[in-house]
Write a protein that binds this ligand. Structure first.
Ligand code: AGP
Length: 611
């Protein structure tokens, strides 16, 4: 959840760091700080936004060529100045920032207190820093060696950046379980929780792996494992553009990302789906195609919106591949000591690739012998690297906290995987395969048509923005879309919303229905349609406000609704990619109409890297 930035080189460090922290604001945070090294260590930190820190530093001497910066999302110790990062060691000679959780910090803290240490903050970070300094002092060893020794005792997840007053141009970094990227410049190096703080300076990056430690100077990057063995850094070329991170003329990142979906879905299909040749090529999973095809069970593991993608995939995989599918909340799966049988395949779905619950869930399953496929958006992210194989969703950076384009890209990837397996297994006819292949290929163009509803949905948002509750209902492939619609509304407008299987509404939720309650149906033409319309009639009979996503031309259903959002016809297997988009727009416009920060909704963070 925290944002990390570092710089060492010939430029002024402070402007680079503060700008980098602003690029990471979308990750969510409650306090921020910088440490600058110019022979003396200076630490400035406070609760609040990056801009507030910046204002507080006007007029100070911030000259330095080396520095680190941090935006904190509190895990240990409440958000305040004291607990903000960077932390200074007892001697004041070291400064450190940290992203992650040190699970055995209490034990380490007790050991240090017994040695006479006292602490200025309530954080696990300060404990780790003093633990490192204690080792450095008592062993009379280098900081690098002290870090290595300390991290062998640490239980938990971390990215740490350290400055040592006695090493004026050096940053020492290490990671396990939280993300760290190093940007390679000419006579300079950049560090970040992701690539956004360095994109305008360099596109050559190194993703640091778990249990690796980096010694970074302006013209030197040394990478080692905790066994002190040198590792050759694997330099990757980023194809991200800075513009891709800016809003691109839209009012919010969320709206930009909703409107990017024709392109992002096209990017997701490109190079994989060839409608003319009738082929799907998923090189990222080819090595495990046999095991997936013969899987006795597929377990989808994810959180939040990604979990909803897994739920759609359950319907698709069972329908097309005739393989038993289970969908698990990662946070429940990992603590349950799950039964993993040989032949089980886990599909981990994650936009950020850093969601702690999902990461640990798949590490648990991997240890039990399962094959792990990652369907991830962020290249080089932890979940991508822990997986045996997988497929990137190529949706580009998703800055809005609410997941939109990543969700539809996940559905596109999962549908391609299912189609490929079904084709290779022979569980669907060649005709149905080709039909669905062409339907999937037409999605980007149909999404463009769905987006033409934007102004209409903006008007609906004005009409329903003062609702205090909402019910989202759907059946079959569209049931998970109802759940996703409810989550979007909750996240963005703070209106309480529940998603339910439409038929379940009779078993309780219908008691909620009155003339004030908006009930949003996902009611596109499919094999469940007739039953869904019956459910709609039941709501209407009780004066509920009927709003529905329907198929273009379905005038019969439109006639019983208060309002509709009509989308292009699509096979029910493919329809969720389309029916999700009006839900995204409705939530977005209601959130905007209510005056909320739709890119950074309260209490939420983009990447939940704590458990
Ligand atoms: C979705 O709008 C939310 N931001 C949240 O539920 C998110 O989907 C969840 O935290 C999982 O994140 P991931 O896809 O990065 O793993």
């Amino acid at each position: 959840m925290c944002g990390i930035v570092g710089y060492t080189g010939s430029k002024e460090a402070y402007p680079i760091i503060i700008k980098g922290l602003k690029r990471l604001e979308y990750r969510g945070y409650d306090s921020t700080g910088v440490a600058l090294q110019n022979g003396r260590l200076k630490v400035y930190k406070k609760k609040g936004k990056v801009a507030e820190l910046e204002d507080s530093l006007v007029g100070k001497n911030l000259h330095a060529h080396v520095g680190i910066g941090h935006t904190r999302w509190a895990t240990h110790g409440e958000p305040n100045d004291r607990n903000a990062h960077p932390h200074s060691s007892a001697s004041g000679k070291l400064a450190m920032i940290h992203n992650g959780i040190i699970e055995n910090y209490a034990q380490l803290k007790q050991e240090l207190i017994r040695k006479g240490y006292s602490f200025k903050s309530d954080t696990d970070t300060e404990v780790l820093l003093n633990f490192i300094e204690d080792i450095k002092t008592n062993n009379e060893c280098s900081l690098e060696e002290a870090v290595r020794i300390a991290l062998k005792r640490v239980v938990g997840a971390y990215v740490i950046l350290l400055l040592d007053e006695s090493m004026p141009d050096t940053i020492i970094a290490a990671r396990k379980g939280s993300p760290l990227v190093i940007g390679i410049g000419k006579g300079e190096h950049f560090l970040g929780s992701d690539a956004s703080p360095m994109l305008e300076y360099t596109k050559e990056v190194v993703y640091v792996n778990d249990y690796e430690l980096a010694i970074i100077r302006p013209d030197e990057l040394i990478l080692k494992n905790l066994g002190n063995e040198k590792i050759t850094p694997y330099v990757q070329k980023l194809d991200l553009e800075l513009a891709a991170i800016e809003k691109g003329g839209y009012d919010h990142f969320m709206l930009k990302e909703i409107f990017e979906q024709p392109q992002t879905i096209y990017d997701c299909l490109r190079g994989r789906l060839d409608a003319n040749a009738g082929t799907i090529t998923m090189s990222g999973i080819q090595k495990y195609a046999e095991q997936i095809m013969n899987a006795t069970r597929i377990i989808m593991v994810a959180c939040g919106t990604s979990w909803h993608a897994g739920l759609v995939a359950e319907y698709i995989f069972e329908e097309l591949c005739r393989i038993n599918v289970e969908v698990e909340y990662a946070s429940e799966f990992r603590y349950r000591n799950p039964v993993i049988n040989p032949g089980d395949v886990i599909i981990a779905i994650s936009q950020s690739g850093e969601t702690a619950d999902t990461l640990v869930a798949i590490e648990t399953a991997k240890a039990k012998g399962a094959i792990i496929l990652g369907v991830v958006n962020v290249v080089g992210s932890s979940i991508a690297r822990v997986s045996h194989a997988g497929a990137y969703t190529h949706a580009g950076p998703e800055i809005g906290v609410a997941s939109t384009k990543a969700f539809t890209a996940q559905l596109a990837v999962l549908t391609m995987i299912a189609l490929k397996i079904a084709h290779d297994k022979g569980t669907i006819s060649k005709e149905r395969y080709m039909h669905l292949l062409n339907e999937l290929n037409e999605v980007p163009e149909k999404v463009t048509r769905v987006l033409e509803l934007s102004d209409h949905i903006k008007k609906l948002a004005e009409k329903y923005k003062d609702a205090t509750d909402a019910l989202y209902l759907g059946r079959g492939f569209n049931f998970p879309v109802a759940l996703e619609g409810a989550l979007k509304l909750k996240e963005i407008s703070y209106i309480h919303a529940e998603g339910y299987p439409a038929a379940e509404m009779k078993h309780g939720p219908i008691a909620l229905v009155d003339e004030k309650l908006p009930v949003i149906f996902v009611a596109t033409k499919d094999s469940y349609h007739e039953k869904v319309v019956s459910n709609m009639q039941e709501i209407k009979a009780r004066k509920g406000k009927l709003i529905a996503v329907i198929t273009e031309g379905d005038d019969t259903t439109a006639a019983i609704c208060n309002d509709v959002m009509a989308i292009p016809e699509a096979d029910e297997v493919i329809a969720p990619i389309l029916s999700a988009i009006p839900m995204q727009l409705l939530a977005y416009y209601i959130g905007v109409a209510k005056g909320y920060d739709v890119d950074k909704p309260r209490n939420l963070a983009k990447s939940v890297t704590v458990e």
